[in-house]
Design a binder for this molecule. Structure first.
Ligand SMILES: Cc1ncc(COP(=O)(O)O)c(C=O)c1O
Length: 687
């Protein structure tokens, strides 16, 4: 059974409420003086101290067992995340003139620039472990004594309770590292000594803060508390001495188990503090929708709320992209939910092009292309897209979804027929529905079924075959050559292919499905998006000049919708150049990653379907399992989403993992290990 509380915080990030203000100086000196003194000192010194622990332990990462290494990596990320929140508080203190900047810099310089480089590596590690141990003692003291009650601001209180609860959790991990690297007594004792010195610095800096800035040291209350032996001797110092002696015992290695009750109550308090939330601004009460509309929405909303509860990671906010990793909710996770297959998001040349377009044109246009919104950059982009696919012309739309919706209904309508692969993307499905044409679905990737269905059509009707080039939930590829043969057997039939997931991925130079099957120029309507390998936004159609001219004057989704933002257009154009120059090398690396990842997953017994591309399904065949696996993976630091009905048919629920050029071998190995652990956990729960 998983321990209920051990290391729970290590898996969750801490974040202060964005709107929490700390401008009131009573936040810093409002509580009981000793508490205030220590907590202020913590805020001032924590960022440097956290980084010392991270720096030190990182040096040993490559020598640790994989499990401990992963545990430690989680600690690093979490230490960094709460140190960042302390920084926010520190900035507010600076603004209040309360940060003792010079003294702090002096302590930092002495500790991290002078002493640290002079200290042997193992001693640094022993010091880090001892600091974590002492911090945990102080944390226990505060949590037990309820001295934190003196902290007035709810957010500060939340920060410290969280921080202290973390300290209790962390020491176990850092100790494990120390145990696995060194068992020398001398090193341990010296580490303990250095940690004590650090602790005295904390006290001194806190006292100075009070003396110089708040004058609380001059108040009677402070001295009563300092001179009265009760809280201090019985509490903090006694605890520190007792725990330091324990530390000297042979084989001492603390475990989170012993602090379980304390942690449990800290977590309960955190929950309580979280519930309070920030003060909301009072808004006028809005009109409620009429009952008939609310009834219509009830079923969906109930399902959605249920889904959100089962998988809190839907709609999670991403703070930052960092190669193959993302920062979300204060955590760093390995990203498998990206369409940037070639890793072009944040490519320097693309970002530069976007910046100069922004400077030149601003963020938008004055409207639709036909009536005043047409910029040179739009025309250049369309020429570049056409040239990239070696075709006559191209037209862009505000999104890939819009391109499908607008174009299908412009090319076929009432009295016409559409033959649509049963697994086509939702935008194709909706385009077919709204076109008014008769829609016939054919079996997935089954050209014979398509042929048979087309053969039953009355003579002389217009028909359109529509397929995805790469299927977005399965990663398999449409059999283009066979589809072309079928199209050619039937008069008045055209072929439309959605290239959303094939550009950059298929074809020797990443030019998509036509290049892959060596039949450039054969698709009548080639549709694609600017939102996947091309890391922007928008959709396009490529084809003959005649077709594109027709769409420019007829497709309502083009005529009546605003032009692409110049920033997007310039970035997309730059992206095409990058693919031109670097596409081959990036694609080769991407496909090597895909083969490696799929191979490793299959070795571990995962079902990866028929994928041939960067979209790797992990088919689980149950909604409950998909949710549980996705949750466990996210807790393991793997950013992955469950895919359920209606995105896939019932009984084929899965995780969808998109591999990219940016993933390194270690990342993929890390992901597979995490998924195996996640599966074990899920099995443990579901039997
Ligand atoms: C196959 C396919 N076509 C079209 C689209 C819509 O593209 P966009 O996101 O640019 O609107 C998507 C989006 O995921 C897709 O997967």
């Amino acid at each position: 059974m998983m321990p209920a509380t051990a290391h729970v915080l290590q898996k969750r990030p801490f974040r202060l409420d964005e709107s929490a203000g700390f401008s009131d100086s009573s936040s810093w000196c409002g509580g009981n003086p000793v508490t205030t003194q220590l907590l202020n000192a913590y805020t001032i010194l924590v960022p440097g101290g956290e980084h010392f622990i991270i720096r030190t332990c990182k040096m040993y990462l490559s020598r640790l067992e994989p499990e401990l290494r992963e545990e430690l990596e989680r600690v690093f990320f979490q230490e960094a995340s709460h140190s960042r929140e302390h920084q926010r508080v520190l900035e507010a203190m600076r603004a209040n003139g309360l940060s003792l900047e010079i003294f702090r810099k002096l302590v930092e310089w002495l500790s991290y620039h002078l002493l640290e480089p002079l200290t042997p590596l193992k001693l640094r590690l022993a010091t880090a472990a001892a600091i974590e141990h002492h911090n945990a003692v102080i944390a226990t003291f505060f949590l037990n004594q309820e001295m934190l009650r003196g902290v007035r601001s709810g957010e500060l209180r939340r920060l410290f309770v969280w921080h202290f609860a973390e300290e209790i959790e962390h020491k176990e991990t850092v100790f494990k590292v120390l145990q696995s690297i060194s068992r020398s007594w001398l090193v341990r004792i010296l580490g303990l000594f250095l940690s004590f010195t650090t602790f005295l610095c904390y006290l001194a800096i806190g006292a100075l803060l009070l003396l110089f800035k708040t004058r609380a040291v001059l108040t009677r209350d402070f001295w009563v508390e300092v001179l009265n032996p009760e809280p201090i001797r019985k509490g903090l110092f006694a605890a520190l001495v007792k725990e330091s002696l324990r530390y000297l015992r042979p084989k001492f290695c603390p475990s989170a188990e012993e602090s379980r009750p304390l942690l449990t109550s800290a977590l309960a308090e955190l929950r309580h503090l979280g519930v309070e939330g920030p003060k909301r601004e009072v808004r006028p009460s809005p009109r409620v929708l009429p009952p008939k509309f609310r009834t219509k929405m009830t079923r969906t909303l109930t399902r959605c709320h249920g889904l959100q509860k089962r998988h809190e990671f839907f709609f999670s906010c991403i703070d930052k992209y960092d190669g193959a990793w993302i920062h979300t909710g204060g955590e760093r996770k390995l990203n498998f939910c990206t369409y940037s297959y070639l890793g072009l998001l944040h490519h320097e040349q693309i970002d530069e092009a976007a910046k100069s377009a922004l400077e030149r044109h601003g963020t938008g246009t004055h409207g639709v292309r036909l009536l005043g919104g047409n910029l040179e950059i739009h025309e250049q982009l369309e020429s570049s897209i056409a040239a990239f696919f070696q075709r006559e012309a191209a037209i862009t739309f505000s999104s890939g979804f819009m391109a499908n919706l607008a174009v299908i209904g412009t090319l076929v309508g009432k009295g016409d027929y559409i033959f649509s692969d049963e697994l086509n993307h939702a935008s194709i499905v909706d385009g077919c529905r709204t076109s008014g044409a008769e829609v016939v679905k054919f079996r997935h990737n089954d050209a014979a079924d398509l042929d048979a269905k087309l053969s039953s059509l009355p003579n002389g009707v217009r028909s359109m075959i529509i397929v995805d080039a790469v299927y977005s939930m399965d990663g398999d590829v449409a059999p283009l050559r066979k589809l072309i043969e079928v199209r050619d057997r039937h008069l008045n039939t055209i072929l439309m292919v959605d290239e959303a997931h094939s550009v950059g991925v298929l074809g020797t130079r990443g030019r998509g499905i036509e290049e892959h099957f060596d039949c450039v120029g054969q698709i009548d309507v080639l549709m694609g998006t600017l939102s996947k390998t091309i890391p922007c936004q928008g959709g396009y159609i490529v084809g003959s000049q005649e077709l594109i001219d027709y769409l420019r004057y007829k497709a309502r989704g083009f005529i009546f919708s605003a032009a692409l933002s110049p920033v997007t257009a310039a970035a997309a154009q730059a992206a095409l150049k990058v693919i031109e120059n670097e596409g081959e090398a990036r694609r080769t690396q991407l496909m090597a990653n895909v083969h490696y990842f799929v191979g490793r997953l299959q070795e571990e017994g995962f079902d990866t379907g028929d994928t041939e591309t960067a979209i790797v399904p992990v088919v689980l065949r149950s909604e409950a399992l998909a949710f549980e696996m996705a949750k466990q993976c996210n807790l393991e630091g793997i950013y992955v989403m469950p895919v359920i009905y209606p995105a896939v048919t019932k009984g084929t629920e899965r995780l969808r993992m998109n591999v990219t050029y940016d993933h390194r071998r270690e990342d993929l190995d890390y992901a597979v290990r995490a998924m195996v652990r996640a599966r074990t956990n899920v099995k443990g729960r579901h039997g």
